[in-house]
Design a protein around this ligand. Structure first.
Ligand code: SAH
Length: 224
């Protein structure tokens, strides 16, 4: 998979890709991520990419011209499955969306900033709008990093153990069961005995029971 991220502040989004699972995915060539500085596509000498909004009001708006130039350039190189705009009024990100996007080949992610982007960008260039929650951040860079992380860890081979993404929360409309590691007894807080029994079938049954219990308690809204 290839992801192209367009931003006015690409330095804000690079570091999550420099460590841990995302870094490993890049090193293993399972994923390519490219950062594009919108200012490189400005036609003005001052590399301007934003302007005041028509009708007045505070906050700058990202202009359509550099965004269109950048997206047109990328589209001239390859076909994209989705051109995503990170936006607080977009569709709320969930595991279903991440699963679906993890099967795609080429994605563009556009990060807004300031007041957002000129509406004509959204009307004419964007194929999908995604929010990471009902709150407003200063830019789309952190939301784009969240989206990328949730997608990339689902690509086969990215996580060390192939099955580990499948046992995470939300994959079956269930939250994950509790997990424990050594020591088995810490200041009289004891790990459930079944997990030390070595009986894999019983352990799986216990995990499923706990996942159901936890989902019913914490997220009855997703329990099917
Ligand atoms: N004026 C806009 C908010 C702009 S915030 C409004 O009220 O809807 C600046 C940028 O941050 C947005 O263009 C978007 O790309 C990003 N952003 C902020 N909050 C976000 C969220 N919850 N999910 C996804 N992107 C978000």
């Amino acid at each position: 998979m290839r992801i192209d991220i367009i931003s006015v502040l690409p330095e804000l989004i690079k570091s999550p890709f420099d460590a841990s699972i995302l870094r490993r995915a890049i090193d293993k060539n399972l994923i390519e991520v490219f950062f594009h500085d919108l200012k490189d596509y400005s036609s003005s000498k001052r590399r301007q990419v934003d302007d005041y909004q028509f009708g007045g009001g505070s906050g700058m708006v990202l202009m359509i011209e550099p965004i269109k130039k950048c997206i047109d350039f990328l589209k001239s190189q390859r076909t994209y499955d989705e051109i995503i705009y990170m936006s607080p009024d977009g569709r709320m990100l969930d595991q279903k969306i991440s699963n679906k996007l993890s099967l795609k080949k080429n994605l563009i992610i556009l990060c807004g900033h300031y007041k957002g982007v000129d509406q004509r960008v959204r009307d004419s260039l964007i194929t999908m709008e995604i929010s990471i929650g009902d709150y407003v951040l200063s830019g789309g860079e952190l939301p784009a990093a969240v989206l990328c992380d949730s997608i990339i860890r689902l690509i086969p081979g990215v996580l060390g153990n192939e099955t580990s993404a499948l046992t995470d929360s939300f994959q079956d409309n269930l939250l994950a069961p509790p997990v424990y590691t050594r020591p088995s007894n810490f200041q009289d807080m004891i790990v459930p005995e079944i997990l030390l029994s070595g009986d894999q079938k019983k352990i799986e049954e216990w995990r499923e029971k706990k996942a159901i219990e936890r989902t019913k308690n914490l997220r009855p809204d997703i329990f099917d």
